[in-house]
Design a protein around this ligand. Sequence first.
Ligand code: PBG
Length: 328
Amino acid sequence: MNLPIRPRRNRRTAAIRSLVRENTLSPADFILPMFLHEDAENTPISSMPGVTRWSLDGLVKEAGEAHALGVPAVVLFPKIEENLKTPLAEECANDEGLVPRAIRALKAAHPTLCVITDVALDPYNSDGHDGVVRRDERGELQILNDETVEILCQQALCHARAGADIVSPSDMMDGRVAALRSALDAAGFEKVAILSYSAKYASAFYGPFRGALDSAPKEGDKKTYQMDPGNAREAIREALLDEAEGADMVMVKPAGPYLDIITRVRESTTLPVAAYQVSGEYLMIESAAAAGWVNGQAIALESLMGIKRAGADMILTYYAKRAAEWLK
Ligand code: PBG
């Protein structure tokens, strides 16, 4: 054939492929979500095989190992004891609560580790919602926006006092980024950053996570605050609002089924974009790999690459530590 243009030339050797590769994965891209509880034991989570609910000591050790492999950050998800859950989620702002103690222990043991905390009421709320629940005259469940935002500010301040580097509101209430920013600044925490879950969809992919924390809504669903999976423009609206309200980074969640949203958000804001490969995405790969149907390592890394290529600057993933090992 008379073919002067042959794209395969750029794929001929591993060396050439590495020169022309447009995107790469690095442990530095990853944020490890970690579950913790009050117990002294490290407990395997039955709804999420391969993931552990850590004791405080176990958490510090595991985070240190991930950090040593090059993972710069962890994000904390507490399982709160049933008797501490209340309608107004008071425990979320207790300076001696599980999360603030964990932050202090992590920062003391690993000063260079970036500690991110989840800001939302669901682990603390006896109704299992991310916000305060009230029943209206017709008996329907309402998730109160402004009342919730006030409590979220108390929660974020509690995390900041304990030494959190980044607070990450995952509640999807309106106006929470601006409120968190001004509450943090007024208290002298202008250095604490906000990573906002800007486009968080009402997703069935969160099922295993709610099992891990016993945090499923007791009644109703999250569709009046989390986004409709049919919507894309609305994700940009949310991201731009969060940017205007002072977010330092924005997030798209879930990641794999929402790659188009990652790309569109990436093109709409100059802020760093995070994407969360959530529990259901993780479990689909893990279960297929456990059945011997796919090569789990290859599929996991390719899924993470897809998220990176779509435009994510950082990825929250349960694979963070393992992927860091694979990439060594
Ligand atoms: C709740 C929260 C959820 C996740 C992170 N923070 C669940 C939810 O919104 O119901 C899901 C993470 C995952 O599925 O891995 N604030």
